[in-house]
Design a protein around this ligand. Structure first.
Ligand code: GDP
Length: 595
């Protein structure tokens, strides 16, 4: 059988041990830290997940986080001098005592029209934190409610796309997932997708059976259907709480909040409010008068006005903080949503904000993040070497097929490939094409996508290219299982092919300053994408071959231009375009087994 259960990780307890000293820079990649503490990167990644930080091997973590991890492996971290640290004071044994209970961060997920937005609205109306019922509430991407003096943070963007997109960017912010299922409709494809995305993230679930006010509401049917998808609620011998609610009448909403509070107590969610803040961007926009406005969720520490920070690869200093109720505040603590001013550029949702001592430390952190940036997905070849080196013990797959029968057949065939040492795990299997949501899940979970008798949506293809996610399409079952088996045995050889994607003709050449030129082209065949390479041909002779760095339609940057359209193209290192030159857009593509 294919393993479907997500392992529940036990939190490591702090012990009194003699610590070896380890000198660390202000930021370090997870992989490098793993080497220094003689641990497997995957162990550090799991540990980080428990701390609410989702990182992969190449990702940079700050000194505070790194030293906490190092402690778990018996090292006491010292800051590299000159790195300009704040909070670089050794984390001593009493730091465990500095941890305080923090509010749970909740995301609502479920099938379209099952009532996610309505549920968020009804919770918000009934219990706005700070006793400002009926007052003007700000939309800042998340809000807090006060249920019997217990604060709960709710993320305003429901759905598993947003949830997994954040994870794909390295930010796991959700502590509890509320899965909404409409009582009159039942478990639908997106319900199942949401369940798999939540399970892959290892986040505990509460089921809200919504629309209980409707006459044809059938909660027992929902519970049975959930059990068919390995989600066992209490009535079915499982541990998942299911709460009947109506977002329309408000029935059951208090019970739902109560369940969230109880579950968050079980989870013992804690953070140290006394350290420098780490937060995650949940939304960002440019405001005409105020400049860049970013909404953050503080994960640990306290963010103060005046703090220097790096968010993603942007540096800044907090100019002002606004709470979810629109009040100016001076600081924000763990699990608190806050809107800040003080960024020069627009960050992306999921970017991590790290407070640092000064501008110099911010520069170091940005430099490190830039160095470790790059594709975040994995290929089957990557997994082959990780499996054979023993740094991972499990191959996670996302399976898309034409029909349900193929899923059943492949589930069985793949299940037989698991050994005592290494497991094949289907983290999501469904019928249909490979979508962007599948690609995000693959990035977030370091999984491979395998398709059987299906195809990839163009948007998903593009995203997979950008993120370095492996999508392997097959039309013969044994080819698929053969490749997976080879990967498990550490025997898979990378196969690459150069594929011409499109042909363009240069119709005009524009100077864009500093000796650089842009080629005005017409796509005569196929397509050209931002991630493609361009081969410049004149009279059949190749003049240049290199990456496309700019692709525009009129004034807008675009990802792709297809046959029959015009575009402006700039290349890295070539400006001597002439009218009549031909450009071949091509890329190196890994080739899977079947197609
Ligand atoms: P979402 O797509 O999951 O965010 O769903 P919405 O919140 O937009 O709700 C979809 C539809 O279901 C809307 O017409 C809502 O008014 C309706 N709806 C949501 N919750 C309830 C409920 O508890 N009872 C009833 N009768 N209708 C509801």
């Amino acid at each position: 059988m294919v393993e479907e259960q997500i392992e529940d990780q036990q939190a490591t307890k702090t012990r009194t041990v003699t610590l070896k000293t380890l000198t660390l820079p202000s930021v370090i990649s997870v992989g490098n830290l793993a080497e220094l503490v003689h641990a497997e990167p995957v162990q550090l990644i799991k540990q980080l997940m428990r701390m609410g930080v989702f990182a992969n091997v190449t990702q940079a973590i700050d000194f505070d986080t790194a030293s906490m991890l190092a402690r778990a492996y018996g090292y006491s971290a010292k800051a590299l001098t000159g790195a300009g640290q704040q909070g670089s004071e050794e984390l001593t044994e009493e730091d465990a005592a500095k941890l305080q209970i923090r509010p749970p961060v909740v995301t609502v997920l479920g099938h379209v029209d099952h009532g996610k937005t309505s549920l968020l609205d009804s919770i918000r109306k009934a219990n706005v934190a700070g006793g400002e019922k009926g007052g003007i509430t700000q939309h800042i991407g998340a809000y807090q409610v006060d249920y019997n003096n217990q604060i709960i943070t709710l993320l305003d963007t429901p759905g598993h796309e947003a949830f997994t997109a954040m994870r794909a960017r390295g930010a796991q912010v959700t502590d509890i997932a509320v899965l909404v299922v409409a009582a009159d409709d039942g478990v639908m494809p997106q319900t199942i997708e949401a369940i798999d995305h939540i399970k892959a993230a290892g986040v505990p679930i509460i089921v809200a059976i919504n629309k209980m006010d409707l006459p044809d509401a059938d909660p027992d049917k929902i519970k049975r259907q959930l059990s068919e998808h390995a989600l066992l609620v209490e009535d079915w011998g499982g541990e998942v709480i299911a709460v009947p609610v109506s977002a329309k009448t408000g029935e059951g909403i208090e019970d739902l909040l109560e369940s969230i509070v109880v579950l968050s107590e079980v989870e013992e969610l804690k953070a140290n409010p006394d350290r420098s803040a780490v937060g995650v961007v949940i939304e960002a926009r440019t405001d005409k008068s105020r400049g860049v406005v970013a909404s953050l969720l503080i994960q640990t520490g306290t963010l103060h006005q005046g703090d220097n920070f790096a968010v993603g690869t942007i540096r800044g200093r907090v100019r002002a903080l606004t709470s979810d109720s629109g009040r100016r505040i001076k600081s924000a603590g763990p699990s608190q949503p806050v809107e800040i001013l003080g960024l020069s550029e627009l960050p992306e949702a999921g970017d991590t904000l790290t407070v640092v001592a000064d501008e110099r430390a911010a520069r170091d952190l940005v430099a490190e993040r830039q160095r470790s940036a790059g594709a975040r997905g994995v290929t089957l070849e990557d997994m082959t070497s990780r499996l054979s080196s023993g740094s991972v013990k499990e191959l996670d797959l996302i399976l898309k097929t034409d029909v349900q029968g193929s899923i059943d057949a492949l589930r069985q065939a793949l299940g037989q490939l698991s050994t005592d040492e290494t497991k094949v795990k289907l983290i999501h299997a469904s019928t249909g094409t490979v979508t962007e949501s599948d690609v995000l899940l693959a990035v977030a979970s370091q999984a491979i996508i395998v398709g059987f008798n299906t195809r990839t949506e163009p948007g998903a293809r593009h995203m997979a290219d950008l993120e370095g996610v492996d999508i392997r399409l097959y039309d013969i079952i044994y080819r698929l299982t053969e490749d997976i088996e080879a990967a498990m045995a550490g025997l898979l050889e990378p196969k690459q092919e150069d594929i011409v994607e499109g042909k363009l003709e240069i119709r005009a050449v524009f100077s864009i300053g500093k000796g650089k030129a842009s080629a005005g082209c017409y796509v005569t065949d196929g397509q050209v994408g931002r991630g493609s390479m361009a081969r410049v041909l004149r009279g059949g002779k190749e003049l240049f071959d290199g990456p496309i760095i700019g692709l525009k339609r009129f004034k807008d940057d675009v990802r792709q231009v297809t046959n029959g359209y015009e575009c402006g193209l700039t290349l890295d290192g070539f400006n001597e375009f002439q009218e009549g030159d031909v450009i071949e857009a091509h890329r190196l593509q890994r080739v899977g087994g079947g197609s």
